[in-house]
Design a protein around this ligand. Structure first.
Ligand code: CA2
Length: 148
C-alpha cells in the first residue's frame, strides 16, 4: 500500500451539515470523509482525514505529511484567505497539493477570490459540494500515481 493521501480541513468545517445548510449543504464532515476514503481506495490509496480549528494543528499536519503522505488535499476554509504561515508550510512539500472548497469562493464575496494556498497547489476543485472532495482526492491520487 502506498503512503496515504492526507485530507486536511480548516476551521468551522466540523459544523458541516449542522449549521448554514443553505450554503454548505446537509452532508456532515464524517460523510465527506467516507466519500474521500471510497474514492481514494478506488485508486489504491488510504486516506488520513483530519479537521482542526487551529492554524498550528494544520501546520503540524502539513509538516508530518512531508514524510508520511503521497499527496495532500486541503480545504483550508477561512485560513486559505488569510494565512501566509499555511502557505509557507505547504511550500515545503514536494508531494502534490490539491486545494478543495465546497462552495465556489470566486462566486462569493471579493475577499474570497484570493487564497494564499493556491500559490502552493497544483490545482483547485471548488463549488461541487461534497463531490469537490471526491474530485480533489481523485486528482491527488492521479498526480501521486503520475496519471494526471
Ligand atoms: O467552500 C468552502 O469549502 C470554504 O473553504 C468554506 C469556508 C470559507 O471561508 C471559504 O471561503 C470556502 C468556511 C467554512 C465554514 O464551514 C462551515 C460549515 C458549516 C456551517 C458553518 C460554517
Amino acid at each position: 500500500m502506498p503512503k496515504p493521501i492526507y485530507v486536511l480541513n480548516g476551521p468551522n468545517l466540523n459544523l458541516l451539515g449542522v449549521r448554514e445548510p443553505h450554503i454548505y449543504g446537509t452532508t456532515t464532515l464524517a460523510q465527506v470523509q467516507e466519500l474521500a476514503q471510497t474514492r481514494a481506495e478506488s485508486f489504491g490509496f488510504d486516506v488520513v482525514f483530519r479537521q482542526s480549528n487551529h492554524e498550528g494543528d494544520l501546520i503540524d499536519w502539513i509538516q508530518e505529511a512531508r514524510t508520511e503522505a503521497s499527496a495532500m488535499v486541503i480545504n483550508p476554509a477561512g485560513y486559505g484567505h488569510t494565512s501566509v504561515a499555511l502557505l509557507d508550510s505547504l511550500k515545503t512539500l514536494t508531494i502534490p497539493v490539491v486545494e478543495c472548497h465546497l462552495s465556489n469562493p470566486a462566486a462569493r464575496e471579493d475577499f474570497r477570490r484570493h487564497t494564499f494556498v493556491s500559490l502552493a497547489a497544483r490545482g483547485q476543485v471548488t463549488g461541487f459540494g461534497p463531490a469537490s472532495y471526491e474530485l480533489a482526492v481523485e486528482a491527488a491520487a492521479r498526480l501521486a500515481s503520475d496519471k494526471a
